[in-house]
Design a protein around this ligand. Structure first.
Ligand SMILES: Cc1ncc(COP(=O)(O)O)c(C=O)c1O
Length: 356
């Protein structure tokens, strides 16, 4: 069948890719095919459609019979909705200082969710029970926001991955203090690919209460979901999602994307590939004199420190961001569509620029 005619024109070169963000990538063709499949006819709006209903089964196949998905537009929205669901008006969330909810969401958890964040510096983006204890106190003190939730990211903002045992220890510790555990799983698929275990092994099986499940970085056009794993004490999600402006009227188009990723193995194929490209990149970078890799490369990100002028010259050839410009730290991200050739050309360019 011929593709439908359009008056739109292409405004970019589809062969150009950089290392700035896994969000710079387009959507996976299988996701686009699923969207086309879901198009046509009328379906009930606001989530009462057949695609959202089917998504629930897909989610339960990954996370067990009590899991329920609430599709949303984006990751910030997922985090804000999820965290509001488990905090009272006087509640606080303990998270890593480097957490996306703290540094990259424009203050939305605080300003939109009304949630106090209690942040803890970490060496590698990962919390531990000991680090949590720096902020886990004073539940009876009305002068202090009450710690009610621990939020971790898997994979973390610094490209590191928790083992299932590490998450279990966090959950046991948090639950012993009456706190719930939220996982920002914007890159949950990348973590599963690294650990080589099912998604449930490091989420509900070890005590995680709810999570923000990523789709966008995994090959979706857009779309994530709050997944409530243990509904005990988590109510009114539907109302919170609407109140937080995250309720899609044409929800079938969010749900079908998540179904396309998660029903079979597209989520894993995409994540594995992105992770493999990051490993290839790290290997190449390690051989370049004057470039230091900052954290273990455990997902699809490589953080490195290099001379500022080298980064600036390299940025003229490939897009990427400084992470801490004063320190000379940069972040290089791989996506599901990063090719071996992209990585090899980037490493060759890095070698050329450091040798100048
Ligand atoms: C760890 C993490 N959480 C959440 C998000 C989602 O953010 P957005 O609101 O841009 O979809 C991101 C995106 O970069 C992220 O890296």
């Amino acid at each position: 069948m011929n593709p439908p005619r359009t008056d739109a024109r292409r405004h970019h070169d589809p062969e150009v890719r950089g290392f700035a963000s896994d969000n710079y990538a387009g959507a996976h063709p299988e996701v686009l095919a699923a969207l086309a499949l879901a198009n046509g006819g009328h379906q009930v709006a606001y989530g009462e459609d057949a695609y959202t209903e089917n998504l629930q089964q897909v989610i339960r196949s990954h996370f067990g019979p009590t899991a329920e998905a609430f599709p949303v537009f984006n990751g910030t929205g997922a985090n804000v909705v999820a965290l509001q669901a488990v905090t009272d008006r006087w509640g606080a969330v303990i998270c890593a200082e480097s957490a996306h909810i703290n540094v990259d969401e424009g203050g939305a958890p605080e300003r939109v969710g009304g949630i106090k964040l209690l942040t803890v510096p970490t060496p590698d983006g990962k919390l531990t029970p000991e680090l949590i204890d720096r902020e886990a106190y004073g539940w009876d003190d009305e002068h202090r926001a009450m710690p009610q939730v621990v939020s971790i990211a898997q994979a973390t903002e610094l490209g590191t991955v928790y083992t299932p045992d590490e998450i279990r220890a966090i959950c046991e510790h948090a639950h012993a203090h009456g706190m719930k555990v939220h996982v920002d799983g914007s890159r949950l698929a990348n973590a599963a690919a690294t650990l080589d275990v099912p998604l449930r092994t490091f989420t509900n099986a070890v005590g995680v209460d709810l999570l923000s499940l990523g789709g966008t970085k995994n090959g979706a056009l857009f779309g994530e979901a709050v997944v409530v794993l243990d509904p005990d004490g988590i109510k009114h999600m539907k109302h919170l999602r609407k109140l937080s402006m995250q309720l899609a009227s044409k929800m079938r188009f969010v749900s079908v994307q998540l179904e396309a990723l998660l029903a079979r193995d597209l989520w894993l194929r995409n994540a594995r590939h992105a992770n493999e490209m990051a490993q290839r990149l790290a290997e190449g970078v390690r051989a370049v004199h004057g470039v230091e890799i900052l954290y273990p490369v455990q997902a699809n990100a490589v953080f490195a420190r290099l001379p500022h002028d080298v980064s600036e010259r390299l940025q003229k050839r490939f897009r990427f961001y400084f992470w801490d410009e004063a320190a000379g730290d940069v972040r290089w991200m791989c996506a599901f569509d990063t090719t071996e050739d992209d990585v090899d050309r980037f490493v060759a360019a890095l070698k050329e620029e450091t040798a100048r």
